[in-house]
Ligand binder design. Structure first.
Ligand SMILES: *Cc1c(COP(=O)(O)O)cnc(C)c1O
Length: 228
């Protein structure tokens, strides 16, 4: 993608985030754009960095390391989020590499993360991924288990749990999922909510999103004037 198009998209989305926040009375909470760069080229990533963006999401440990390891040195203020499923055999590298791990979703993973964070004395922020739609094929702790899992992450594993993340089922109205996530966070005093993607961040912000994860809308080519 062209540098100017990317910078334009970035600024437009950031303006949208600000105007939706203030329109919905959420301007007291900051909403951070997590630019999702999975499968995007290094060149495109550099354009976003040049435009001043610093918060990015990747869904695979290996791909993230391949692309970002070199850039970390040039941009010490980077904030990298892991937004994809984390296998326990990649926990070591994930703890070394990421600043936020959004996908803590099962006891075995929580246990491995706790162990590794102790070893490395490095504590990336953790979000707990909740399977709000109860979809069997999807990651995320099930609703029946979410309260006990959050408490165990805090009290047993002592993970730095900052909030929750969800990916609503495709093809459904996402707002009930967003408000459900907000309710769970409120009853555990958790302040960060990662919810909303290209198609639905407009709905997630009024329901309390503090991170929106956006890929497609950021990398969309400019529509020509005849389309709406
Ligand atoms: C790819 C991805 C996104 C970005 O989705 P878009 O619809 O492209 O904005 C957000 N969250 C997760 C977990 C993803 O894997």
């Amino acid at each position: 993608m062209e540098e100017t198009d990317l910078a334009e998209n970035l600024h437009r989305i950031q303006e949208d985030i600000i105007s939706i926040s203030s329109r919905s009375g959420m301007s007291h909470r900051s909403v951070v754009l997590v630019a999702v760069t999975k499968m995007r080229s290094l060149e495109e990533i550099r354009f976003l960095l040049k435009a001043g963006h610093r918060v990015f999401g990747e869904n695979k440990v290996q791909e993230a390391q391949d692309k970002w390891l070199g850039l970390r040195k040039d941009y010490p203020d980077l904030c990298l989020h892991l937004i994809g499923r984390l296998q326990t055999n990649k926990v070591r590298r994930a703890v070394t590499f990421f600043d936020v791990i959004e996908t803590v979703d099962r006891p075995k993973l929580a246990d491995a993360l706790a162990h590794e964070m102790q070893l490395q004395s490095r504590w990336p922020d953790c979000l707990i991924q909740v399977n709000t739609g109860g979809e069997p094929q999807k990651s995320g702790i099930q609703l029946d288990d979410v309260d006990s899992f959050i408490i165990a992450c805090q009290n047993i594993w002592k993970l730095p749990v900052k909030g929750l993340m969800c990916i609503p089922p495709a093809e459904v109205e996402p707002t009930i999922h967003f408000s459900l996530l907000q309710k769970i966070a409120t009853r555990h005093n958790l302040t960060q909510l990662s919810m909303g993607m290209s198609n639905d961040f407009v709905l997630a912000i009024p329901l309390g999103a503090t991170y929106v994860r956006i890929g497609t809308a950021l990398f969309q080519k400019k529509k020509n004037c005849h389309q709406t």
